[in-house]
Design a protein around this ligand. Structure first.
Ligand code: FAD
Ligand code: FES
Length: 271
């Protein structure tokens, strides 16, 4: 998609200052991953939401959509993976530099009461099925934010990586299952290979499309509610350009304004 300026005026970009941006993962042939922390005076963010981000000194016109990893005491955190020019600039941002942010944007993970009425963000529900949070690679970010708002008895976190895991320090060990494709940590293989949705009252997932598709199919077979966060390419981020269309059983939806979280059963995955 060409980067035209007309999309970016639809939502004001506000300045923030980078406080820290440590690189937490680097591997030959893959981009680096950093935890970008920015001072932010704007509205509170909720788990599942994202911001459009760009450096002030940027060579790109459009912001890049990045999920909120955490938001506490006026500090927004993001887990950023270097893919192309926009994300590389974000990973390379230095403390003291100005960054432009538009957000928070998009919807949030739904609340899933259990049979006692306790919700995903409510008190624990020992004896009742927990919720499974399933993240692939950088897709762990919006689920980590959600996990910080949940009682540890109410969720299990499944994280899949190509190789070495990163970003999982905030999770209690007993809540975490890790898989790596090269077997360098946790189970060897992919999360859907040893994930049984029937053990959970709902499944929330974010990551590569093939993983989401498998999780969605397995949840449908087990009749377990499943919600997936989609990472379509975006331009305006606010529903104006139709550049982020998601095909659903109800027709086309905009990932930025109607999502990024959708009930998995409604999404039509492209073949
Ligand atoms: C709602 C949402 C939340 C996201 N959250 C995060 C996050 O927390 N952390 C993070 O690092 N990234 C996240 N992404 C993905 C991130 O926005 C893209 O990696 C980024 O926009 C790529 O821009 P670029 O200029 O670096 O790369 P480009 O030069 O535009 O592209 C470089 C490569 O990345 C691919 N690419 C571009 N956009 C996407 C995309 N949306 N999904 C998959 N591949 C893409 C291109 O096909 C190309 O191969 C999110 C995307 C969405 C829509
Ligand atoms: S990015 Fe413009 S409508 Fe979604």
């Amino acid at each position: 998609m060409a980067e035209t300026a007309h999309c970016s005026h639809d939502r004001a970009f506000l300045p923030g200052t980078i406080i820290a941006n440590p690189v937490i993962y680097e591997a030959k042939g893959e981009g680096a991953v950093s935890v970008l922390q920015v001072s932010w005076d704007g509205p509170e963010s909720k788990p599942g939401q994202f911001f459009m981000l760009r450096m002030v000194r940027s060579g790109v016109v459009l912001g890049r959509p990045i999920s909120v990893l955490d938001h506490q005491k006026g500090i927004l955190s993001f887990l950023v993976a270097e893919r192309g020019i926009g994300s590389r600039e974000l990973v390379q941002g230095r403390p003291g530099e100005t960054i432009e942010l538009a957000g928070p944007l998009g919807n949030t993970w739904p609340s899933m009461p259990d049979s006692t009425g306790a919700s995903a963000s409510g008190p624990g529900s020992a004896g009742h099925k927990p919720i499974a949070l399933v993240g692939g690679g950088i897709g762990i970010a919006p689920l980590l934010f959600l996990s910080k708002t949940m009682d540890s008895a109410d969720f299990r976190f499944f994280a899949g990586f190509r190789s070495r895991p990163y970003g999982l320090e905030s999770l209690p060990n007993q809540n975490l299952t890790v898989a790596t494709e090269d077997g360098s940590a946790g189970y060897r293989g992919r999360i859907p290979d040893f994930f049984n949705p029937a053990e959970y009252r709902a499944v929330y997932a974010c990551g590569p499309v093939p993983m989401l598709r498998r999780i969605a199919e397995d949840c449908a077979k087990a009749a377990v509610p499943c919600f997936i966060s989609l990472e379509e390419r975006m331009a305006c981020g606010v529903g104006a350009c139709l550049g982020c269309t998601v095909r659903t059983k109800q027709g086309n939806r905009r990932c930025c304004a109607d999502g990024p979280i959708f009930p998995a059963e409604e999404v039509l995955f492209d073949d």
